[in-house]
Design a protein around this ligand. Structure first.
Ligand SMILES: [Zn+2]
Length: 223
């Protein structure tokens, strides 16, 4: 494929796995960490343990700085991904011009204010204008933006804009419903609150019937 970067075909581990970009194919790639970055992060987390009053050399904590470092690298691996490229590689010419909806996409992200998780579901729809995209790519675009430090509002807009700019459909609709641990575990402790954000382009903005159809479809339990 013309747009593939040379590095993506490299077989660095000798097992036929492509190594770059990191994490592209899901869980089997998670263990490929950047040792220099893990080392640096681990030192900082050892310091954090001490500052909060822990003893970093007690048995249970010996490997904790390294584990947290690896976990943090995984939770922010979206920085290594190019969401537009994910879409571009799987675009097809097609005459279909009805709504395409991928709902209940799991979202796990970290709020950029507290670096605590927020998580929930994303619902993404678009109305094609000559091109469709492989369905599995939509959740991957969601993940590429979610696996960074985020605020839910920006995450919603970034998913919308990426699909709109890359696929150039007649319209894009994104709704995210998420719970924020920074609200639930600290501060006002609103245990069960869910935050909903939405973002629309094109037909979904101009035509309230398209928007209502989308809302009706994501609320229904047909599956
Ligand atoms: Zn927060």
């Amino acid at each position: 494929m013309a747009q593939e970067k040379a590095g993506e075909q490299m077989d660095l581990d000798g097992h036929g796995h492509r190594v770059n970009p990191v994490f592209e194919e899901g869980y089997e790639r998670i263990e490929r960490f950047d040792p220099a970055r893990i080392d640096r992060l681990s030192k900082h987390y050892a310091d954090v343990l001490e500052v909060i009053g822990e003893n970093p050399s007690r048995e249970g904590l010996l490997k904790t700085p390294e584990r947290v470092a690896k976990s943090m690298q995984f939770l922010t691996h979206g920085y290594e991904m190019d969401p537009a490229a994910i879409l571009r590689k799987a675009m097809f010419k097609e005459d279909y011009s009805q709504m395409v909806l991928v709902k209940d996409i799991e979202v796990y992200s970290l709020c950029e204010h507290h670096m605590l998780p927020f998580f929930g579901k994303a619902h993404v729809a678009y109305i094609p204008d000559g091109h469709i995209v492989g369905l599995s790519k939509i959740p991957r675009v969601v993940d590429a933006f979610a696996r960074r430090l985020q605020v839910q509002e920006r995450l919603t807009n970034e998913i919308r804009d990426c699909i709109h700019d890359t696929l150039q459909p007649l319209g894009v609709a994104v709704v995210i419903e998420a719970s924020h641990l920074c609200m639930q575990m600290r501060g006002i402790q609103k245990q069960n609150s869910v935050t909903t954000t939405s973002a629309f382009t094109g037909i979904f903005l101009a035509d309230h019937r398209s928007r209502e159809e989308f809302i009706k479809l994501i609320a229904s339990k047909l599956h």
